[in-house]
Design a protein around this ligand. Sequence first.
Ligand code: SF4
Ligand code: SF4
Length: 93
Amino acid sequence: MSTMKIEDKLAVNKFDIDKDVHIQLKEEACKNCDVHSCLYVCPADCFKLGESDNITFAYEGCLECGSCRIVCDKDAIEWTLPRAGFGICYQYG
Ligand code: SF4
Ligand code: SF4
């Protein structure tokens, strides 16, 4: 049986990126966060830790799973789905 790595599975999906940003972070809350739970749950690696412990976020690869919104204990994520017809289109993954 062949096994696919997560990166390979993600690569078969396609995106029609909504130019209206559907997820935004409240920067002030993130500055005061020392757990950074979002880093560990996002399957698409949308969150990154910067050199000065700042969180950066890129919504374009979002898989719309909602995990980040659930784990953030500071209610710092303004989260909606992309507009109809935009966002992730799952292929085989
Ligand atoms: S989104 Fe939530 S969990 Fe992630 S850094 Fe900001 S406050 Fe912390
Ligand atoms: S909804 Fe899921 S895939 Fe999208 S940014 Fe949050 S954790 Fe990552």
